[in-house]
Design a protein around this ligand. Structure first.
Ligand code: KIV
Length: 263
């Protein structure tokens, strides 16, 4: 993807969109070389990189740091950056300043904001001054305490109506795509058919217009994975085996050998 128009075009043409959430130069480079459509610099960095329990403590400075590294690793890929908790909700001018800073300092293409109706005026303002916005509905991790934990959303009729309504409000506010996180597949299908902008699902089944996974999740770096994560490789196992071999070879005097030594 090179521009927001291509997200809409992909939906019109029935071409599924791939997005990967990652945070640094080397994994961004791998994503670009593998042809991933879009990189999200997610505030899940708080959990994946910093080992926090929630995304709430993540700062704007940290997101800028990660996004700069990602942009250097993936100069040709569409990059979206998560706006951290309380960098856009409190004051519209703050939102403009902070989202503007992200685009200005990192070279990213767009920002992602969590929420529906309650943030629609902020979305409109950002778009009006030329900052593309991706939406995020369903399980919105910045509201983890209000939601009572990391739970599947949209199970009750009331929740379903709200998510459907919010998806239309975000579309009307001008977002170019919306992430649907941890909702039943049937609801994601209904939303995908209801709005014209692409839906990008995570734990939302197969009917969305695209899929997003966290790089470190899909590469199998954690002991356990949530149901919606497919582990495409057992990274933790591979890396642990490599580190054990390194230790053994150093202790046995096998490394460094001739091949890895300057004469
Ligand atoms: O922070 C993140 O990585 C995200 C994705 C899981 C959608 O918001």
């Amino acid at each position: 993807m090179k521009s927001i128009d291509q997200f809409i075009k992909a939906k019109e043409e029935g071409k599924k969109i791939t997005m990967v959430s990652t945070y640094e130069f080397w994994s961004a480079r791998i994503c670009e070389q593998a042809g991933v459509d879009c990189i999200l610099v997610g505030d899940s960095a708080g959990m994946v990189i910093q080992g926090l329990d929630t995304t709430l403590p993540v700062t704007l400075d940290e997101m800028v740091y990660h996004a700069k590294a990602v942009r250097r690793g993936a100069p040709e890929t569409f990059v979206v950056v998560d706006m951290p908790f309380l960098t856009y909700q409190t004051d519209i001018n703050e939102a403009v300043k902070n989202a503007g800073r992200v685009l200005k300092e990192t070279g990213a293409n767009a920002v992602k904001l969590e929420g529906g109706e309650e943030i629609a005026h902020i979305v409109e303002k950002l778009i009006s001054i030329g900052i593309p916005v991706m939406g995020h509905l369903g399980l919105t991790p910045q509201s983890v305490h209000a939601l009572g934990g990391y739970k599947v959303q949209g199970k009750t009729e009331e929740q379903q109506k709200k998510i459907i309504k919010d998806s239309k409000i975000l579309e009307q506010a001008g977002v170019f795509a919306v992430v649907l996180e941890a909702i039943p597949s049937k609801l994601a299908k209904e939303i995908t058919e209801f709005i014209e902008i692409p839906t990008i699902g995570i734990g939302a089944g197969k009917y969305t217009d695209g899929q997003v996974l966290v790089f470190h999740d899909m590469m199998g770096f954690f002991d356990r994975s949530p149901k919606f994560v497919k582990r495409y490789v057992e990274g933790k196992k591979l890396f642990t085996e490599a580190l054990k071999r390194f230790k053994e070879e150093v202790q046995e005097g096998k490394f460094p050998d001739k091949e890895h030594t300057y004469e």
